[in-house]
Design a protein around this ligand. Structure first.
Ligand SMILES: Nc1ncnc2c1ncn2[C@@H]1O[C@H](COP(=O)(O)OP(=O)(O)OP(=O)(O)O)[C@@H](O)[C@H]1O
Length: 538
């Protein structure tokens, strides 16, 4: 339950809205109960008056006031239900916005090192599922449970007034039991299953995304069937949990409904005793039990909501974990940058989560306009260092100061958009002439001049309409367009053949003039021309 606390605090940030929504829900429920109770009273009254008239006894009945009351409750029920739905769903959408904004602003502060274990699609799927589980916490669970208690107390007061206090106390017993069965009982009986089911669903969704992303590799290895069979098994396990939880929730609902019906029968029985002693009238004797039946509407909402509470806790736990790793950024000194330097790094330490440090006491000074190559074996920490210099990974100690930098990451990232839009990300004010010039530098101008749409050619999802080496050169062109004085290039020529690479390297010299460039690669050949080289040794 504790996992829900931060989210409950967030939900109760606007108590006025929540209270208004609850009042509208209460009015809907009371209109429904009023409609049932008054109709029961009226039908009994007319039946009794009819019987008296048949027996030749003089009797009169006022048809208009109760008839008007019944119409009032019927209209009020419809109107308040409509208003309640519109208002409360608007509240839920607002809550969703608040939760998303808070969550994403916290996550965006987290270092890249914390996000490596899931792909973008897996993150999206997981966060959507977990946030969706939270947004109905108030409307499905808190408001109905609170109102069920309130309406129950009101009903007991009505019984105390129309019957007597002793009857009300007797009637409180089955209602209290129905409430506990529908809420705490359902939660306790389903929480382990639904928590496990939530984890399994999360793993299944993640597995399906992985399957789709790796379908080419799986097909090539002839493992599609085996992989799909594993997913089907996971889906079966998740569905079995769901079925088990649904069955338990169904039983709780049935038992709680049975107790409400029992309370109605008990109210009739207690009323009958009072009727026989002439302490209540016949219509009142019928009205109270019928009003009790109206409680089934609000009680009926509870088992489903409490049956999902375990899954909601699991979602909240996962989100809390994401946020806790997202905060707080470590305090790394950012000294002033001496005028002649582009980058100053002193005593830097890099570490992934709780793993042993990847790098300690790393110091480096790069002069403005200098072209530096940092080379090392695979796994020596080049990309981690580049991420740290770019500010994507928070170092655990040391100090770092740099000029404004533009970073070509090791992974080529292109957006499902036009060539122009992809390039303009590097410099939104670049002219078409500048775009063609930079395309020429990376030897991609001819490729797109031949296209009908030229700069407006669509690149496809993640640049899927380009070869690996072509996509890399477009990503490089985007970085070259940036006006940043410091460029960080992680393996800039991945996928580009050696002859093309050498030609582009020569052209890059003029682009790099006056700018500081730090290239990261396995060997000096993999980088543009550099003035100085550093070897990273793991
Ligand atoms: N998110 C992460 N969590 C834990 N360890 C990581 C993470 N990312 C990288 N590492 C580890 O850090 C080490 C350095 O990785 P890094 O990617 O920086 O090396 P690299 O020199 O760029 O390698 P390559 O040339 O193969 O790209 C490796 O041992 C790698 O397994």
């Amino acid at each position: 339950m504790r996992s829900l606390l931060p989210w409950l605090r967030l939900i109760f940030r606007s108590p006025g809205r929540l209270a208004t929504g609850a009042i509208l829900l209460l009015l809907t429920l009371l209109s429904g109960i009023g409609l049932l109770a008054l109709s029961g009273w009226f039908i009994t009254e007319t039946a009794l008056v009819g019987a008296l008239l048949i027996a030749g006894v003089h009797a009169t009945i006022n048809l208009y006031t109760p008839g008007g009351g019944i119409r009032f409750f019927a209209v009020a029920r419809t109107v308040t239900r409509y208003a309640e739905r519109v208002y409360n769903h608007d509240t839920v959408l607002r809550l969703l916005t608040t939760i998303r904004v808070v969550l994403f602003s916290q996550l965006s502060r987290s270092g890249r090192s914390h996000r490596h274990d899931l792909t973008g699609a897996q993150w999206l799927s997981r966060l959507t599922m977990d946030v969706d589980a939270l947004d109905t916490l108030y409307l499905r669970l808190i408001a109905p449970a609170g109102l069920a208690l309130l309406v129950t107390v009101l009903m007991l007061l009505v019984s105390a007034i129309f019957l007597n206090v002793k009857s009300a106390l007797w009637l409180a017993l089955p209602l209290l039991a129905a409430f506990l069965l529908a809420t705490v009982g359902t939660y306790l009986r389903t929480r382990h299953i639904t928590r496990r089911q939530s984890d399994r669903t999360e793993q299944l969704r993640s597995g399906i995304i992985e399957h789709l992303e790796g379908i080419a590799e799986l097909t090539a290895a002839g493992r599609t069937g085996k992989h799909a069979a594993r997913l089907l098994r996971q889906a079966f396990e998740s569905n079995s949990d769901q079925a088990r939880a649904d069955s338990r929730t169904g039983w709780q609902l049935a038992l709680s409904n049975m107790l409400i019906s029992l309370s109605a029968v008990a109210a009739l029985w207690l009323g009958l005793e009072l009727f026989q002693k002439d302490l209540v009238s016949g219509p009142v004797m019928v009205m109270v039990p019928i009003a009790f039946l109206g409680l089934a509407e609000i009680y009926g909402m509870l088992p489903d909501a409490f049956g999902r509470l375990g899954a909601t806790e699991a979602s909240a736990g996962r989100l809390n974990n994401d946020i806790s790793i997202a905060e707080p950024p470590r305090q790394v000194a950012t000294p002033g940058l001496p005028g002649e330097l582009s980058l100053f790094v002193s005593d830097l330490g890099i570490r992934y989560q709780d793993l042993p440090p990847l790098m300690t006491h790393f110091s480096l000074q790069v002069k403005r306009g200098e072209h530096l190559g940092i080379i090392g074996h695979s796994g020596s920490g080049k990309s981690s260092l580049a991420d740290t210099l770019a500010g994507l990974i928070e170092p655990f100690h040391g100090s770092l100061a740099k000029q404004e930098a533009c970073y070509l990451t090791q992974k080529t990232v292109l957006f499902d958009d036009t060539l122009r839009a992809n390039l303009l990300l590097g410099n939104p004010s670049a002219t078409d002439t500048e775009l063609w010039r930079v395309l020429d530098t990376v030897e991609m101008a001819d490729r797109f001049i031949a296209e009908a749409d030229q700069l407006d050619t669509w690149l496809g999802s993640a640049g899927s309409r380009l070869s690996g080496g072509e996509a890399r050169r477009i990503a490089l062109a985007r970085v070259l367009l940036s006006p940043a004085p410091l460029l960080l290039l992680d393996e800039p020529f991945t996928g580009v053949d050696a002859v093309t690479r050498d030609r582009i390297s020569t052209r890059l010299n003029s682009c790099f003039e006056g700018r500081t460039v730090i290239g990261f690669g396995h060997s000096i050949d993999a980088l543009p021309v550099v003035d100085r080289v550093i070897h990273l040794v793991p």
